[in-house]
Write a protein that binds this ligand. Structure first.
Ligand code: UD1
Length: 312
């Protein structure tokens, strides 16, 4: 089996590549422009893994990378809700036009299936929790709208162009290798860095917003299941753990894990922020065999240990 992971040098992409190799993939190409991904995330991987430097906005480069591939995992994106509000043009171009290139190139080169990394942000604020796939999507930010458009394209490429596609709505993925050094880094990577440096994190709002933080290895194993499940083409599934924790609870837990007390600072709420996020995992369990292995605390412990070693 030959696979291509767009965004393969990112923290989720590189975890997925490790999982694919463990599952017996013959060769995996990480297609990445190294904008937010890093070469070092692929260090220590076998010769079955190659890095193809390229941008999903470049159709020819994408099609060349996909040639001969059975499976494509489309994770490349410009992430971040606040970045998409501050600077919507690049994220529109990459997340919508780039994703279109990926689906089109996959169809043109005879790829069997594309698994697309969609986002829980598509739901927006819902009155009911947990969030289930049958709910009306209600994006609150350009990023959420862009990721939702990718789902629509995935489904249309399945129905109109006979390309198998599956969309997974990732719920706040965290784990080793998540980059804490950007202004738009995910909150848990920032919390980890603050903890190790003995500094206070800044919590936007009152800290009572909640997230279904999902450990990266559980996401990687669900992505692999989505690549192989039968009768699911064109569909959308939640990829979450099924629980939710407030930021205040999360910072408490992390202080316990690290064995140190550091009070958080509080700043104004962030524009475009969703208040609560929690996945209903029923459909993914029934149709994909989703079976998360890591509790939030276990994921936090493993992640903290990785940052402790790598930031020391
Ligand atoms: C959103 C999506 C997520 C997607 C991600 C990509 C939702 C519910 N989730 O994540 O699925 O993968 O975009 O970028 O829409 N915060 C702080 N202090 C900080 C940084 C963040 O308090 O220093 C807060 C934010 O205001 C937010 C929470 O932490 O309430 C999580 O923020 P972040 O990690 O950026 O992810 P989301 O925007 O929730």
């Amino acid at each position: 089996m030959k696979a291509v992971v767009t965004g393969g040098a990112g923290f989720i992409g590189s975890a997925l590549i490790r999982h694919l190799i463990a599952q017996g993939a013959d060769s995996v190409t990480a297609f990445d422009n190294l904008n937010s991904g890093h070469r070092k995330n692929l260090e220590g991987l076998s010769s079955q893994v190659t890095l193809a430097e390229g941008d999903i906005r470049d159709y020819d480069a994408v099609a060349a990378a996909f040639s001969g591939a059975d499976l494509v995992f489309h994770l490349a994106a410009i992430p971040s809700v606040p970045r998409s509000i501050k600077d919507p043009v690049p994220s529109h171009d990459v997340n919508i036009n780039g994703s279109f290139n990926v689906f089109r190139a996959a169809k043109d080169t005879g790829v069997r299936r594309v698994v697309y990394a969609a986002s829980s942000s598509a739901y927006g604020d819902t009155e009911v929790l947990p969030k289930v796939e049958s709910m009306q999507a209600n994006p609150k930010s350009p990023y959420a709208a862009q990721k939702l458009m990718g789902e629509h394209y995935a489904s249309v490429f399945s129905s109109c162009f006979q390309l198998e596609t599956v969309s997974l709505r990732f719920f706040n993925v965290f784990g080793p290798r998540q980059d804490p050094n950007s202004a738009y880094s995910g909150v848990l990577s920032l919390f980890m860095k603050a903890l190790i440096e003995g500094k206070s994190p800044t919590i936007f709002g009152d800290g009572e917003q909640s997230r279904d933080f999902t450990y990266v290895e559980d996401v990687a194993s669900l992505v692999w299941k989505a690549a192989n499940a039968k009768g699911v083409s064109g569909k959308v599934f939640n990829a979450g753990n099924g629980n939710r924790y407030t930021l205040n609870q999360t910072w408490e837990l992390l202080q316990k894990i690290a064995g140190r007390e550091i009070p958080a600072l509080f700043g104004p709420p962030r524009a475009g922020d969703v208040k609560h996020s929690q996945a209903d995992t029923t459909l993914a369990r029934l149709e994909l065999g989703h079976d998360p292995q890591f509790t939030f605390e276990e994921g936090l412990r493993r992640t903290f240990e990785w940052y402790r070693q790598s930031l020391a």
